[in-house]
Design a protein around this ligand. Structure first.
Ligand SMILES: CC(C)(COP(=O)(O)OP(=O)(O)OC[C@H]1O[C@@H](n2cnc3c(N)ncnc32)[C@H](O)[C@@H]1OP(=O)(O)O)[C@@H](O)C(=O)NCCC(=O)NCCS
Length: 228
């Protein structure tokens, strides 16, 4: 006779196969690319790469191999203005040669599906950048966004409009789930741009990015694009 309080014989656990650990960056497909790892709509590459007209004669378009000179000029014009908000730059950074050397690897991120390097341009000059970088597929489907605009063009709503377009491309074309961005605690202009575009504050990251030569605290923002 067995009482309720008596221990019942338990079935012996059968050895189970260990679950396959998957890096969040991996969705099991190679190579990782938004253009190959999800069922892409026809013409998507062409659509993502089309220039997008913004206000005030400014266009948002993909970085090109012949942008080096104008990039060097834009960074030189805005050297002092950008200094508090960007990583410390070497003298070489402000040259056409240095910029030209970076462009091929940035464009490779487009082909690999890990980035989307965009510029803001007028008919005659580059006046800013917006970059999606570190796009990770698998169970994250997320990318990080950074941006700056020429001082002469700031305060006219151009970056808010550009970020809105990046969100549209990331949602409809890249089919990301989420974009992350971060700002220094006192970068109220950048925080406004994000808030205008539905980003929410998700936390504070101490000593997160080395800006102007110092590891500085940042406010983290995210925008959820869709839950599919
Ligand atoms: C931040 C930055 C990208 C904003 O670009 P922009 O084209 O001027 O942005 P918008 O005009 O779309 O919007 C800026 C908003 O911030 C506000 N703003 C700008 N500077 C501000 C400040 N110092 N304090 C409070 N609000 C400020 C503007 O009034 C505007 O708000 P509104 O639309 O409600 O009037 C630009 O100032 C810049 O490139 N700064 C230097 C680099 C940088 O900070 N990059 C981002 C790093 S996270």
């Amino acid at each position: 006779m067995t009482g309720a309080s008596e221990p019942q014989p338990q079935p012996q656990p059968q050895p189970q196969p260990l679950p396959q650990r998957e890096h969040p960056a991996s969705d099991g497909a190679t190579p990782r690319s938004p253009f190959v790892t999800w069922p892409r709509p026809p013409g998507i590459v062409e659509r993502v790469l089309q220039p997008i007209p913004l206000r005030a004669g400014v266009t948002l378009r993909l970085l090109r191999t012949d942008d080096a000179e104008q990039l060097a000029e834009a960074y030189s014009r805005n050297r002092r203005y950008l200094e508090p908000w960007e990583p410390a730059r070497s003298e070489a950074f402000f040259t056409k040669t240095w910029q030209a050397a970076q462009i091929p690897s940035l464009l490779e991120t487009v082909a690999a599906g890990t980035g989307l390097p965009l510029v803001l341009a007028t008919d005659t000059q580059i006046i800013g950048r917006v970059t999606l970088a570190g796009i990770t597929r698998g169970v994250l489907q997320s990318g990080g966004m950074g941006y700056w605009i020429d001082e002469a063009f700031a305060g006219h709503g151009i970056m808010s409009e550009a970020v809105a377009q990046v969100i549209r491309v990331a949602t409809d074309d890249l089919r990301l789930h989420r974009i992350q961005a971060e700002t220094l605690l006192h970068n109220q202009g950048s925080q406004k741009v994000l808030e205008h575009n539905g980003f929410e504050r998700i936390g504070l990251a101490p000593k997160y990015i080395k800006i102007a030569g110092r590891w500085q605290d940042h406010i983290l923002f995210q925008r959820i694009l869709h839950d599919d």
